[in-house]
Design a protein around this ligand. Structure first.
Ligand SMILES: Nc1ncnc2c1ncn2[C@@H]1O[C@H](COP(=O)(O)OP(=O)(O)OP(=O)(O)O)[C@@H](O)[C@H]1O
Length: 271
């Protein structure tokens, strides 16, 4: 692999409890290459979001990253960044889309103002230039620039989610983390958004760390997939191989839990 965009080594994360600590992420190591779409799958509670938050340095107590853990983005030690370095790291290096992202837009600001906030926080930029940049970004996610003067409540859920993704791409991050980014949307809109992201990452070259419970979708869009079980990364392989010839018994059980119709569709799409 060429120099990875993300390199996670021996990541151990505990949730500190009053009585007892909970070891949520156990010695996890993986890399994501430039431009790669990497899916992280596993049952609810296995530690996927905990990893996503740690990589973007958005984890908060009681989560505690144990000494000896290493997270490198573009070769930079993410766990050593101070507050000032973190401000330029977020959005520029790593941007994260959450499940509830479509509700994370500020209801009292126009879409244009929300782009402006992100753009000017990182570079001195005039309102006119910011507006042009915001219009370009909206076009990337198939939204008319006319929407810049709209408020979030005037946009549909799918549109708001695409706006959040466009804001995340505003500063050309190296890595886009998507944690259940489309779960609240209907299936057709979910797939449209994922296809759009796939086209964009080929066009713009960013990498993706993708978390979803929709395993069919994950197999379709990911280059490689990592399977987590109770805090451990038990299997990593390219999407085709891990789907057709899983090595770990848990991966087999996970695929068996996918709806049949879905499975048939995947074979057609990927063969
Ligand atoms: N703030 C917290 N305090 C204590 N334990 C937590 C906290 N947040 C998460 N956990 C526990 O850590 C484990 C990993 O949670 P995490 O949210 O990372 O799992 P996940 O794989 O993303 O699950 P899901 O698919 O349901 O989002 C779970 O057992 C969860 O209960």
């Amino acid at each position: 692999m060429s120099d990875p965009v993300l390199s996670v080594r021996n990541l151990n994360i505990d949730y500190i409890g009053a009585q007892k600590d909970f070891h949520a992420v156990k010695n996890v190591s993986f890399d994501i290459a430039p431009g790669e779409f990497f899916g992280l799958a596993g049952e609810s509670g296995c530690g996927k979001s905990t990893i996503a938050f740690a990589v973007s340095r958005l984890h908060r107590p009681p989560a505690l990253i144990r000494a000896g853990s290493e997270i490198l983005v573009g070769g930079r030690d993410v766990l050593a960044l101070d507050e000032e370095a973190l401000r330029s790291f977020r959005w520029r290096e790593v941007a994260m889309v959450f499940q509830s992202a479509m509700n994370s837009l500020n209801p009292v600001l126009t879409i244009e103002a929300q782009f402006y906030d992100v753009l000017r926080a990182h570079t001195p930029i005039s309102r006119t230039t910011a507006r042009q940049r915001a219009a370009e970004l909206l076009k990337l996610v198939d939204i008319s620039p006319d929407r810049l003067s709209s408020y979030p409540h005037q946009c549909s859920g799918g549109m708001r989610q695409r706006i959040v993704i466009a804001i995340c791409l505003a500063l050309n991050p190296k890595l886009l983390i998507m944690d259940e980014p489309t779960t609240a949307l209907d299936v057709v809109v979910q797939r449209e958004i994922l296809q759009r992201i796939d086209t964009l990452r080929k066009q713009l070259g960013f990498s993706v760390l993708f978390i979803t419970h929709d395993l069919g979708l994950m197999v379709q869009v990911s280059d490689r997939i990592g399977i987590m079980l109770e805090g451990e990364l038990v299997e990593v392989n390219d999407a085709q191989t891990i789907y057709r010839s899983p090595k770990h018994d848990y991966t087999r059980r996970l695929w068996a839990s996918m709806p049949k119709l879905h499975g048939e569709q995947i074979r057609e799409v990927r063969s």
